[in-house]
Design a protein around this ligand. Structure first.
Ligand code: SF4
Ligand SMILES: [Zn+2]
Length: 364
């Protein structure tokens, strides 16, 4: 009898068998303990045959080319197009999830687009992208798939960009970031209460990931905080968070404060007022953060990059359009010569604000 092998189900290595016969997943600090046939909270990892498998390898919720600023990354190859994709599921349970149609999907085996790593990298290169982003849902849960795509990317001189909540265990984190070039890490709040009550995860683990990235890797990273009225937007909390960032990560890590819109299980909160974002940015700058941004609102002042030495506008931004460029070929301020932190090329990209959907089926 012919046994049909499902290529989207692959073996994994971060798990162990428990004495009671269950399998414990050791990929993220949730440590799901699974009976035969059971799926973890992320849904894409499961106990099949007393082994922990990933069930969404080579399956995506869709492919799209975005400006890199949309991830958001403002100091990593500005103005360039990034080939973006995600899968299904998530290892957090954020009540305010802005991508819940993907992250809560249980349809892992009927995901719209099928693509193996070599094809993703090749199509991204053919489309003129400079990088690939693992995004929409957290790539931590499709660890093996993301790493294989990142390996293929290197063959095409494409960079790998992670958009993540940073909720991952130490050993897989080390393996994962060995293949990644840049990251945007959510710093969703600065209280354990918020993290546990609203996201079902722990602040401590996220801070560990940030410290790891800063001190043990060359990965360029920025942080994003979605400010939710009455939940994580108090000036005191922003003050504590930004002081911690400067002390532990240094002044050069860009911080994005972005607007919340009612979503998923949090329809009872109003959208974030623009003033809240402006205030958060000011607090960050007062505490020594050199590059602080507002996001999800139209705010040229709050989205442009300034020289921390002389105040010159280094990169002007109007939404995702770069309106000014005053960096020299080495990423230094043209006016005073001070280095701007980040990864820059001689010239910025010209992708603009386009969002282009990609149909993988139309590529051979
Ligand atoms: S990666 Fe998924 S299965 Fe593993 S511990 Fe985290 S939520 Fe559970
Ligand atoms: Zn300057």
């Amino acid at each position: 009898m012919e046994v049909k092998v499902d290529p989207s189900v692959v073996k994994t290595r971060y798990w162990h068998l428990l004495d009671d016969g269950r399998v414990q997943c050791d990929l993220c600090p949730r440590y799901c303990k699974l009976h035969e046939g059971q799926h973890g909270l992320c849904f894409v990892r499961a106990n099949e045959g007393s082994e922990l498998v990933l069930t969404s390898y080579g399956r995506s919720s869709g492919f799209c080319i975005d400006p890199i600023e949309k991830k958001p990354l403002n100091h990593f190859l500005p103005g360039t197009p990034v080939f973006s994709f995600g899968t299904a599921g998530c290892n957090l349970a954020c009540k305010f999830c802005q991508n819940w149609d993907i992250s809560k999907s249980r349809e892992t085996r009927t995901l719209a687009d099928e693509a193996m790593p070599d094809k993703i990298a090749r199509v991204a290169a053919e489309e003129g992208c400079r990088s690939i982003a693992y995004t929409y849902n957290d790539p931590v849960i499709f660890h093996e798939y993301a790493i294989d795509v990142a390996k293929e990317c290197r063959k095409y001189d494409l960079k790998s960009v992670v958009v993540t909540a940073g909720y991952v265990c130490e050993e897989p984190r080390r393996e994962f970031y060995a293949y990644m070039d840049a990251a945007n890490v959510d710093l969703k709040a600065f209280t354990e209460k918020f993290y546990w009550k609203i996201t079902g995860s722990h602040l401590k683990n996220i801070l560990e990931t940030l410290i790891y990235l800063k001190h043990e890797t060359d990965v360029w990273f920025e942080t994003t905080t979605l400010l939710i009225p009455g939940e994580n937007d108090s000036p005191q909390e922003i003050d504590e968070m930004t002081k911690w960032v400067v002390k532990e990560l240094g002044p050069d890590v860009p911080m994005h404060f972005t607007a919340f819109y009612p979503s998923w299980k949090m329809m009872d909160k109003p959208p974030t007022p623009a003033d809240t974002l402006v205030l958060a940015r000011e607090i960050a700058i007062d505490n020594g953060v050199r590059y602080a941004y507002t996001g999800n609102v139209h705010d040229k002042t709050g989205q442009s990059t300034y020289c921390h030495q002389c105040g010159e506008t280094l990169i002007g931004r109007d939404w995702y359009i770069l309106s000014e460029w005053n960096l020299d070929a080495h990423g230094k301020c043209k006016k005073c010569g001070t280095q701007c932190a980040g990864v820059f090329e001689e010239k910025p990209g010209h992708w603009g604000s386009q969002r282009k959907s990609i149909n993988m089926m139309s590529h051979a």
